[in-house]
Design a protein around this ligand. Structure first.
Ligand code: SAM
Ligand code: DTB
Ligand code: SF4
Length: 337
């Protein structure tokens, strides 16, 4: 007779919305305990993946994402920059590697990827950065399957494309593309054999229900996203969301814990917004199941904590940088109960 395992293997479509709400609403102590049970079983409990971001084409984006300082629709402090030269990007990648990052994520303020010399130059850069022994991630907007295949062949490992929020709240934030456009790109990325990095932003005026619907949407992807960035909105002057109130630390931690429980094998990344979080709040996020951060003084266009501060935090907590190969082996070995 097959006994139901105490902590079952993660499955897409595993939870109904009401069940997700029940998990989220558990007493904080029980929620963290449940998240820790899963975290200890499916992840290296002391490993934190360190990623570095580099904006390779900045600003003047035709999309109207209300949170984004790079949208051409808003007057923000961001100075637009054309696509960087390949050598300049590889120089930044070398710095990131020397600084302790294992993943290098290149972001372009494009609505979608267009075939032509600019994409060819990105492919060339991807080849060089992956030859340096860094895991390459790109985030450049919408992508067709054949373009995803070319990225994969060039050595890109991961594509980041966020759902950002719930399907219901999405039109309040972006009207120049649809939720289904985002899901289609994620399908194209997956079909090409790239890892999927997909998450969202908290603090844009959405309800708790919207946050949980976003998590449900991510956890319904089959298989689950390989990584799930959870960003706290960085309110940038000039954007329509510049005056948003920050999400409470405890609600942020609840969402991280719920994501960990829903997607046990995914890396959960404590992404934008850390400059406004105390060391203690970040420690609570790690306790709730976050196991990745962006390392380096800049995200794409906004500040991030100093590297030395982050290494100090990891040291204080006895956590260490996760090696990508070790992380993969760990995932392969983590058997269900
Ligand atoms: N243009 C591409 C796209 O939209 O997919 C790639 C770059 S875009 C800046 C990557 C992600 O950064 C967005 O999907 C959003 O989740 C996040 N982001 C942008 N501005 C942000 C802000 N002010 N605060 C928090 N996250 C933000
Ligand atoms: C993600 O989810 N967060 C990163 C990365 N993926 C590309 C971007 C955060 C951007 C924050 C605003 C800025 O620095 O421009
Ligand atoms: Fe453009 Fe991406 Fe910013 Fe939206 S989030 S405005 S698509 S750079």
């Amino acid at each position: 007779m097959q006994l139901t395992p105490l902590i079952p293997e993660p499955m897409p479509n595993q939870y109904t919305f009401d069940e997700i709400r029940e998990i989220h609403d558990l007493p904080f102590t029980t929620l963290i305990f449940r998240a820790q049970q899963i975290h200890q079983k499916f992840q290296d409990p002391a490993g934190v993946q360190l990623c570095t971001l580099q904006s390779i084409k900045t600003g003047q984006c035709p999309e109207n994402c209300k949170y984004c300082p790079q949208s051409a629709h808003y007057d923000t402090p961001v100075d637009a920059e054309p696509l960087m030269d390949s050598e300049d990007i590889t120089g930044k990648a070398a710095e990131a590697k020397a600084g302790g990052a294992s993943r290098f994520c290149m972001g372009a303020a494009w609505r979608d990827v267009r075939d032509g010399p600019q994409f060819d130059s990105v492919l060339d850069t991807v080849r060089k950065v992956s030859d340096m022994g860094l895991e390459v991630c790109c985030t450049m907007g919408m992508l067709r399957e054949d373009q995803a295949v070319r990225l994969k062949e060039a050595g890109c490992a991961v594509y980041n494309h966020n759902l950002d929020t719930s399907r219901e709240f999405y039109p309040e934030i972006i009207t120049t593309r649809t939720y289904d456009d985002r899901l289609q790109t994620l399908k194209n990325v997956r079909k090409a054999g790239l890892e999927v990095c997909a998450g969202g932003i908290l603090g844009m005026g959405e309800s708790t229900e919207d946050r949980l619907r976003l998590l449900m949407e991510l956890a319904d992807l089959d298989p689950h996203p390989d990584s799930v960035p959870i960003n706290a909105l960085v309110p940038v002057p000039g954007t329509p969301l510049e005056n948003m109130e920050p999400v409470s630390c405890f609600e942020f931690v609840r969402i991280i814990a719920t994501a960990r429980i829903l997607m046990p094998r995914s890396i959960v990344r404590l992404s934008a917004g850390r400059t406004e979080m105390s060391a203690e709040a970040q420690a609570l996020c790690f306790l709730a199941g976050a196991n990745s951060i962006f390392l380096g003084e800049k995200l794409l266009t906004t500040p991030n904590p100093e590297k030395s501060e982050d290494f100090r935090l990891l040291k204080d907590l006895g956590l260490y940088p996760l090696d990508p190969e070790e992380a993969r082996n760990f995932h392969r070995q983590a058997e269900p109960a």
